[in-house]
Design a protein around this ligand. Sequence first.
Ligand SMILES: Cc1cc2nc3c(=O)[nH]c(=O)nc-3n(C[C@H](O)[C@H](O)[C@H](O)COP(=O)(O)OP(=O)(O)OC[C@H]3O[C@@H](n4cnc5c(N)ncnc54)[C@H](O)[C@@H]3O)c2cc1C
Length: 460
Amino acid sequence: MTIRPAGDARITATVPIVVVGAGACGMVAALSAAEAGDEVLVLERDAVPAGSTALSSGMIPAAGTEEQRAQGVIDDASAFARDIQSKSKGRSDRAVLAAATEMSGQAVDWLNAMSDVELRLVEGFLYPGHSVARMHAPPDRTGRSLIGMLRAAVERRGLDVMTGATVTDLYAREDGHVTALRIERPDGAAEDIGCGALILACNGYGGNPDMVAKHIPEMARADYFGHPGNRGDAVAWGVGLGGEAKHMSAYQGHGSVATPHGILITWALMMEGGIQVNTTGQRFSNEHAGYSEQAVSVLAQPGGIAWNIYDASRHELGLAFDDYRAAMAQGAIRDAVSIEDLAAKIGVPSGALARSIMDTASVGPDRFGRIMGQKPQLEAPFYAVKVTGALFHTQGGLRVDGNARVVRRGTDRPLGNLYAGGGAACGVSGPFVDGYLSGNGLLTAVTLGRLAGLNAAASV
Ligand SMILES: Cc1cc2nc3c(=O)[nH]c(=O)nc-3n(C[C@H](O)[C@H](O)[C@H](O)COP(=O)(O)OP(=O)(O)OC[C@H]3O[C@@H](n4cnc5c(N)ncnc54)[C@H](O)[C@@H]3O)c2cc1C
């Protein structure tokens, strides 16, 4: 991943706007740039565009959407920004926070206006830290469907996506202006493609163990659940060109990945009254604090595992999720007629498990600060699934301005013709794992992708 002198490029073709990465950010950027009338080329390492976007639950948070209005949900960008800042304890990058929250509603409405895309408001429960329902997802709540819809939209418009094209090097002038990219094909052939503007949509560094060990050592030995092709290329190039990396210790973890199955178990189970216990049958945290930081809490338990404990009504809620049904099909979900039966099936002391389940009878705040409120306490029959903590994606990245332009180190001035969005850019979670509010990932993938596409198109 090197920067080479502009004069060394052997350019075979030039395209006004080139996008690296065909996840949500890259696809949205391409659709936006093309809408503005510009020719765009997306370069993707994989044979089929997927990225971490395909692995996600496809939940895009957005404020002030038509979907929200139709369901009577009152929301706007400032309420959304308050929720994000409250989770990050006021440490969110301000330029991205303002740009992302203001663009979120328009971007989701714009996507929904496409015949290929269907994003519905997720109702029935709130993700931790969101004051109103603002998650918008495909009907089956999977990232596979989200990327499938974006692929269909890109194909229908005839936009160029070159797959099996790994970008290895950039060619740039002394002032940081990128003139071309080198791509490598699976057979080893290389080609240089010229560009007018470059959008980095190649996510963060979760797939680069050395960078993970350096920036987030507490996750160095955890499973990485995101796309392995996200190796920190954007940060390496951006910093090499004179940009700046920010909040590199920020990330999204998750404390509810079925083990050994490796399937995400929706956090809705916890938000609606489920609890997590360790192998001694005891709770160890406030399950409502956030699923991201819960990765660290679960990994700190004996054996690095926990049991999600819930009951039949919450099990019904889980069945609305594709992943949960997959976990059922693979035998990850246990059921039991009583606490004693459950304790025997999952191998924890029944007395301690009974005391933990009793916690759900209190309105709260309980001894961990969790507020159960008016939610019904857990009652037989019970369900359980063994989970562990995992790294999902990194939230630190290149510092950008409110137009998704990468800025020069130590300044707010744009760096040449370089844009970044999604996991390639610094997000809105502040510097730590507990600053991640549900949906912060796809939020900046979609909004910065849209801003990058529109602004790059205006610039060329
Ligand atoms: C299990 C899981 C569940 C999640 N659920 C949610 C959720 O519900 N809501 C939410 O907001 N976030 C969620 N996230 C996070 C979310 O998936 C990411 O934040 C988001 O997908 C990032 O989008 P992106 O376009 O930046 O990156 P990606 O979708 O990862 O796309 C990047 C693409 O760039 C390509 N690439 C990388 N380097 C190169 C290169 N050198 N040359 C060519 N191509 C390259 C990759 O192959 C990849 O296809 C989840 C993450 C995981 C792992």
